[in-house]
Design a protein around this ligand. Structure first.
Ligand SMILES: CC(C)(COP(=O)(O)OP(=O)(O)OC[C@H]1O[C@@H](n2cnc3c(N)ncnc32)[C@H](O)[C@@H]1OP(=O)(O)O)[C@@H](O)C(=O)NCCC(=O)NCCS
Length: 139
């Protein structure tokens, strides 16, 4: 069962940094919530948690983080979160979704391309230690 993320989830969400160092810090998440255009969905059970977060701009959305605890991977949870996020973005009237993904992150690239995201460019040194593909999907 998934539910929307809330401001009070920021400590939990940022704890993903232990397994996923690219994840936003608590300060970044708190500040994004203050901006009022930050949304997402959370899945939680006894073993761990998973979430997706995204920001809306005038007519586009940016997926910021997508994380599934290692013990919960391979069960379709990321697919469920991404499906919910895309539905919400569409319902909020945005028609284009962007995201950055490490060029060597095969599981995530497979997931996004299976949803119809397309590579539109490479951002060299987007991460301190690596490059990113920019992916785009029209919804
Ligand atoms: C990427 C990630 C979110 C996938 O989560 P998940 O819940 O295991 O993914 P799902 O079970 O929903 O799988 C969905 C699809 O992703 C792809 N995928 C997932 N794990 C994969 C793996 N180990 N190898 C290759 N493809 C994989 C497949 O296309 C899969 O579809 P399929 O099962 O029909 O083949 C998870 O591995 C994760 O949290 N990684 C660390 C954080 C991260 O890299 N986030 C993305 C940042 S842009």
């Amino acid at each position: 069962m998934i539910r929307r993320i809330e401001k009070t989830d920021s400590a939990l969400l940022s704890s993903a940094r232990k397994d996923f160092p690219d994840c936003w810090s608590k300060e970044m998440i708190d500040s994004a919530f203050e901006g009022g255009r930050f949304f997402g969905y959370l899945y939680k059970d006894g073993e761990g948690f998973a979430f997706i977060s995204y920001s809306l701009s005038v007519d586009t959305a940016d997926i910021e983080d997508l994380f599934v605890s290692p013990s919960l991977r391979g069960k379709g949870i990321a697919k469920e979160l991404l499906t919910a996020a895309i539905k919400d973005v569409r319902e909020q009237g945005r028609t284009i979704v962007f995201l950055e993904v490490r060029t060597d992150n095969i599981p995530a690239i497979n997931l996004y391309t299976s949803f119809g995201f397309e590579k539109i460019s490479v951002r060299k040194k987007y991460y301190a230690d690596g490059d990113a593909f920019v992916l785009k999907k029209e919804i």
